[in-house]
Design a protein around this ligand. Structure first.
Ligand SMILES: [Zn+2]
Length: 594
């Protein structure tokens, strides 16, 4: 089978808050698991994302802290890089939207849409602050919701009733920056004519009906059927962001929702330049073989299943002409396996109320694979789930430690102690040995099938079920007693168990990369399972930005059954996971909301 060419495109986090476990399980972790699996399978993977640096949440935060916007976005951006490295989220490139490359790509998409007749201009009233002498972005204006009467509504959205609002209808408006009362003034903006693109977007969605997650597709099609697609403004009056590439439009910027999604494309292009293969991105983006998977939370479904395909289809072949003076059409998303939300101890995660488990903080006390395990078994694939600290401890101890970690450690230590640190040479395998190995090896196909279809909970559940098969086998064969009467029979049992563990290591590897890498070393391999993550600085006309990279070169892991040979020298084993005290649940709950 020839390798697939897979773009793993992961939601761009806003640069105004740290990342919590809900964000990780929503997009970054599932994307990473899928990327690691396809790399092991030998597919060509490009996994990209970056910091969404231009949203008004960032400028609001900068205003509140009295800092330059560049400084604020970089603080969060650098924290993201740190977290992804510590959690093993193996981006080929994690960059930012504040790069000269992203500016050029976004402006080219804009111009392509304009030349293809999908943009028009319209003058509309917008809130203007006479005190600050500037137009106020929607999020800068708060007031009373005209639908439900909630007094703390943002002008573009009400958090009480959940509706998207028409900003100029807001009642009792006030500026969030200084509390002054704004007035409505006329301003001209570009609009993306989504109504013209509605038939194309509907066809795009229907063509994916046989395999896309039902809640994801249902939401998108349902919205189009009930409301239709209406034109949306794609420019705004703001200083921070990407300039509108049209004469006379200085002082206006591209709307962040319009340009941030373009990051999937621009990041692939930036990666190509960094690795010095300027056209490599086209394998993922313009070759018909390129397959793009988008990992996002449900709050982003509309932007990724409606807006983004509309931008891509509207830009058509014109983008390549403008951007590269070349031919070609950009690939549409193949699948968008969006996740629902993870709540925390029965309540919605809220960063501002500190009702959150923060990724970096968590990793100061616990191991990344414990986090990845719990976030995967509890991933909100089809419905919302809940992070529960007592459950985190229980599943860590009863499943990760008891079923898998102890199995690996017990067998490795026993082999190491009794066979001079080597893998024992077996006698002819008995029916029970062969049966176990056949069962485990079938997992290469069954776990792989779940992973290919992005059913990650099912995939990990299947791997864990296979680990308990090895435990059952050992309970029956009992090599710890067998060795006292027949050492060579015990050697056959341990050889069989080590082969099974070596195969399971590959099946668990996309989920638990740190401990599987360690286990791989204990099993005597001298080259690593995975490549290496690192950060570096990139410089362009806008200044310097740090990026996270992944070097796949040292990786030798393969999605296949164990090839382990008798006589191989093992390395001194140690436990893969830590058992956690039940008392930490109460301690951790005590940190919430304070
Ligand atoms: Zn409301």
């Amino acid at each position: 089978m020839s390798p697939d060419t897979i773009l793993v495109a992961i939601a761009w986090p806003y640069a105004n808050a740290p990342i919590h476990v809900g964000n990780l399980t929503g997009s970054h972790l599932p994307g990473d698991i899928v990327a690691r699996y396809h790399r092991l399978k030998g597919d060509r993977v490009l996994m990209v994302s970056g910091t969404d640096s231009h949203g008004t949440p960032v400028t609001l935060r900068a205003d509140a802290e009295g800092k330059p916007v560049e400084e604020v976005y970089q603080i969060f951006h650098n924290q993201f890089l740190d977290l992804f490295q510590k959690a093993g989220i193996s981006y080929d490139l994690f960059t930012t939207t504040h790069t000269a490359n992203h500016f050029k790509v976004s402006q080219s998409i804009f111009l392509a849409l304009k030349e293809n007749g999908y943009l028009y201009t319209e003058t509309r009233p917008q809130w203007y602050s006479p005190a600050a002498r500037k137009f106020l972005p929607d999020r800068y204006v708060e007031g009373t919701c005209y639908l439900c009467g909630f007094e703390g509504a943002r002008s573009d959205q009400c958090d009480q009733c959940g509706n998207v609002l028409e900003p100029e209808k807001l009642l009792n408006p006030r500026s969030k920056a200084d509390g002054s009362v704004p007035e409505l003034r006329d301003t001209e903006h570009f609009f993306l004519d989504l109504s013209k693109l509605e038939p194309a977007v509907t066809d795009f969605l229907r063509a994916r009906q046989s395999y896309m997650r039902e809640p994801v597709l249902g939401e998108s099609l349902g919205k189009i059927e009930s409301e239709g697609l209406k034109p949306r403004p794609i420019t705004r009056d703001l200083d921070w962001g990407i300039p509108v590439p049209v004469e006379g439009w200085e002082g206006k910027r591209l709307y962040v929702w319009f340009e941030a999604v373009i990051g999937y494309l621009s990041a692939a292009i930036e990666w190509s330049h960094i690795v010095d293969q300027p056209n490599a991105w086209r394998d993922w983006w313009t070759s018909p073989d390129g397959k793009a998977l988008y990992f996002i939370g449900k709050d982003n479904i509309f932007f990724h299943l409606t807006m983004w395909p509309a931008e891509l289809m509207g830009a058509g072949e014109q983008f390549m002409r403008i951007f590269a003076e070349d031919e070609g059409k950009l690939n549409l998303p193949y699948d968008v396996p969006a996740n629902q939300f993870m709540n925390l101890e029965g309540r919605k995660i809220s960063g501002s109320r500190n009702w959150a488990v923060w990724g970096l903080d968590f990793l100061t006390r616990y191991d990344p694979d414990s986090l990845r395990y719990y976030l995967t078994v509890n991933m909100p694939e089809m419905r919302d789930t809940d992070w529960d600290w007592a459950e985190f401890v229980a599943r860590n101890n009863n499943e990760l430690v008891a079923t898998w970690g102890n199995l690996a450690n017990r067998v490795l230590s026993f082999a190491y102690r009794n066979w001079d640190g080597q893998i024992p040479t077996p006698n002819e395998l008995r029916p029970a040995d062969r049966e176990l190995l056949a069962t485990i090896e079938k997992g290469v196909a069954s776990v792989g099938e779940h992973l290919s279809a992005v059913r990650l909970r099912a995939a990990l559940g299947e791997a864990m079920r296979l680990a308990s098969e090895v435990n059952k086998y050992l309970n029956t064969a009992s090599p710890w007693f067998e060795i006292k009467t027949d050492k060579s029979a015990a050697g056959t049992t341990i050889y069989t168990a080590l082969k099974a563990i070596d195969t399971l290591k590959v099946l668990f590897a996309p989920f638990l990369p740190f401990s599987c890498e360690q286990l791989h070393h204990f099993l005597g391999y001298s080259t690593p399972l995975f490549g290496e993550q690192y950060t570096e600085a990139q410089t362009d006309a806008l200044g310097a930005h740090n990026v996270l990279r992944y070097n796949p070169a040292p990786a030798t892991g393969k999605w296949q059954p164990s090839q382990l040979q008798p006589g191989t020298q093992l390395n001194l084993p140690a436990p893969l996971f830590k058992k956690l005290e039940a008392s930490i649940a109460e301690i951790e709950r005590g940190r919430l909301g304070s």
